[in-house]
Design a binder for this molecule. Structure first.
Ligand code: DC
Length: 226
């Protein structure tokens, strides 16, 4: 192992509880948290504001390369900054979730964001949360966990999550969005949402947040002890 502290790759579909789990696991291990979905959301937001189509791969790739995307650590967790401005709230909408899924299909976008993600995790001591961390970004991660849950359980969590942010969301609409996003994320040609062959699967349906966090921490500590 070349890193003193591990890279923890936490992958899985939308709404499997990844964000909250990743944050709590990072806290428990004393690691930094990197939410890679926020980078795709930030790109979708920047594209919308600059009139770049979510379907235009080359233009999106160029935009991703030119943007200053970074995370600012705060007491409430990392916040996405886009060209120096805090855009964390603006990226946490259903629209930007959909936009992120659309922009993330383009190979030019994935290439442009790959180096940034690797730089954020290169020293270890980091939990990277995403879709392709264990397969593409850090195939040599010491710890790989793939979180899943039924689409219904995930939709229920997303609705609660959005409500907590003061947004009204209909369950059926959120469920349909999740099923559609799963399909798009899993079937895209580049870096599709598939578990790494060596990832440990954790199905969180019916598990409490505490149970999931404890299980992932246990997997991470077990791997680090090897
Ligand atoms: O986790 P999230 O909902 O913030 O992710 C938004 C979209 O970004 C998701 O639908 C797929 C894409 N994404 C990706 O393709 N690769 C990642 N590592 C993270 C997110």
């Amino acid at each position: 192992m070349s890193r003193a502290r591990a890279v923890v790759a936490l992958d899985g579909p939308a709404g499997a509880g990844k964000s909250t789990v990743a944050r709590q696991v990072a806290d428990a291990l004393g690691y930094v948290l990197v939410d890679t979905g926020a980078l795709y959301r930030g790109l979708a937001l920047a594209a919308k504001e600059r009139g770049v189509s979510w379907e235009d791969g080359p233009a999106l790739g160029a935009l991703a390369g030119a943007l200053d995307l970074r995370f600012e650590a705060t007491a409430g967790g990392p916040r996405l900054c886009l060209d120096g401005a805090d855009r964390e709230d603006a990226i946490r909408t259903l629209e930007m979730g959909d936009g992120a899924s659309r922009v993330s299909r383009h190979p030019e976008v994935r290439d442009a964001l790959l180096g940034l993600q690797r730089a954020l995790g290169q020293d270890g001591g980091v939990v990277l949360e995403g879709r392709d961390i264990g397969t593409v970004v850090f195939p040599d991660a010491e710890v790989k966990v793939f979180l899943t849950a039924s689409a219904e359980a995930r939709a229920e969590r997303r609705v609660k999550d959005l409500e907590a942010r003061g947004q009204v969301a209909a369950f059926d609409e959120v469920l349909a969005g999740i099923v559609e996003r799963d399909e798009r994320d899993s079937s895209r040609a580049v870096a599709p949402l598939v578990p790494a062959p060596d990832a440990v699967h954790v199905d969180t349906t019916g598990m409490t947040l505490e149970q999931v966090v404890a299980r992932v921490v246990e997997i991470a500590r077990g791997a680090a002890a090897r």
